[in-house]
Design a protein. Structure first.
Length: 381
């Protein structure tokens, strides 16, 4: 894409904040979105995603802080002077114009006469070349969404802001459009900042995800990093499911921390613990449901040495095709979730069965026990 509309570079927010009267929608926020990256702002309803996006677009005036685009301070610039375009959930296409003219709109407004080549290229990019002469109502929701993306991209923005752009689509179409948007972003190479409350969507599409909670970014990182190394219970529960055991620091052996939980011991790599680790201190020991193996208590002797293990009784099991999801009642945690891939099902693993849950200590993470272990559970549901 050509460099027509001012400087590119990283989007940099420094101390950006928004208050409405006594209410703080966005607490002072420092955030850098690298040029050319696919960045997601993820969080539950009301956490300040749209407000943050609108401050980047210039549609909302920050109460404090600065918005940089590359080296340029754009905080005081009106939206139309920023090299930024926004795609909203409601595509707001012009119903009386055909697809070609909808996409051409930005060029015509700038007084360009020969728009054909650019519009055709853009329609090609979003794979709607065949639909150019249709009206918006003759297209599917996903196709209309792509028109909205093409209409924004034709202005050659340096940054495309997307506010829940797939919110109105059904699940299957959403999945398709996630891949489609990712492809388009890779092809045009500009920065996309995508707002969503759907954790799977954020993880599928984005290079970097910022998890927002109550007007703050709780954690920022690559999807795998956030999932494997959550630093708060909110992030651990909002992205997927986590099990927590309250444990007490017992001792240390090399790079590992040994903890007491119930009558037993659990091992946690020190590098994966974000809680203070003084002996006697409390730690929330976390483990993801798919990391855990389930053995019938009669087979406990066959479990390899060196694995973390706890005992329990199956309270509930649901077969969902690719996996079976168990809820296990254990002395150290009343509703431990275990996802077992559906390979060879052990017919003894039914509600009421006494079991041993065991996992590789490397898959354990440790969080500060002062937090609410259930933070983010409701929001993610
Ligand atoms: N103009 C306004 N006046 C007062 N409060 C506002 C205003 N705009 C937003 N808010 C409040 O600021 C908070 C953040 O709103 P925002 O729209 O950024 O949330 P969001 O994360 O985009 O949520 P959603 O997922 O529901 O779109 C909300 O509590 C909202 O009620
Ligand atoms: Mg919003």
């Amino acid at each position: 894409m050509t460099n027509q509309t001012g400087p590119g570079g990283d989007v940099r927010l420094t101390g950006i904040a928004k208050t409405y009267g006594a209410f703080t929608a966005v607490h002072p926020l420092d955030l850098t979105v690298p040029q050319g990256s696919f960045f997601a702002l993820l969080g539950a309803s009301g956490c300040g995603k749209t407000t943050t996006l609108r401050m980047i677009a210039g549609l909302e005036e920050p109460s404090a802080g600065t918005v940089f685009l590359g080296d340029q301070d754009v905080t005081a610039l009106p939206p139309y002077k920023r090299p930024v375009n926004t795609v909203f959930q409601s595509y707001a296409l012009f119903p009386h114009l055909d697809i070609f003219e909808n996409v051409a709109f930005g060029l015509r407004r700038r007084g360009l006469k020969s728009v054909k080549k650019q519009v055709e290229e853009m329609l090609e990019l979003v794979q709607l070349g065949e639909q150019a002469r249709k009206k918006p109502h003759q297209l599917s929701g996903g196709q209309q969404q792509r028109v909205a993306v093409a209409r924004a991209l034709i202005n050659h923005p340096k940054v495309l802001l997307l506010d829940e752009p797939l919110g109105a689509l059904d699940l299957k179409l959403r999945r398709q459009m996630q891949l489609e948007l990712k492809r388009i972003q890779t092809e045009v190479g500009i920065t996309f900042i995508h707002v969503t409350h759907d954790q799977e969507e954020a993880m599928t599409m984005a290079d970097t995800v910022a998890v927002m909670n109550g007007g703050r970014v709780e954690q920022l990182g690559a999807p795998t990093d956030l999932y494997e190394n959550p630093r708060t219970t909110f992030v651990a529960n909002f992205l997927g499911t986590s099990n927590f055991i309250e444990a007490e620091v017992d001792s240390r052996s090399g790079e590992e921390i040994v903890l007491k939980a119930g009558g037993g011991k659990l091992v946690l790599p020190e590098a994966r613990c974000s809680a203070p680790t003084a002996t006697g201190g409390k730690v929330l020991v976390g483990v993801r449901p798919e990391k855990i193996s389930l053995s019938h208590a009669d087979d406990a002797g066959e479990i390899p040495e060196g694995r973390n293990r706890i005992t329990g009784r199956i309270a509930d099991s649901s077969f969902i095709g690719v996996s079976t999801q168990y809820v296990v009642d254990s002395p150290v945690c009343s509703d431990f979730e275990v996802y077992a891939q559906n390979i060879d099902r052990d017919p003894r693993l039914v509600p009421g069965a006494e079991v041993v849950l065991h996992w590789n200590p490397a898959h354990t993470f440790g969080l500060d026990a002062a937090q609410d272990a259930d933070a983010g559970v409701e929001e993610a549901a």
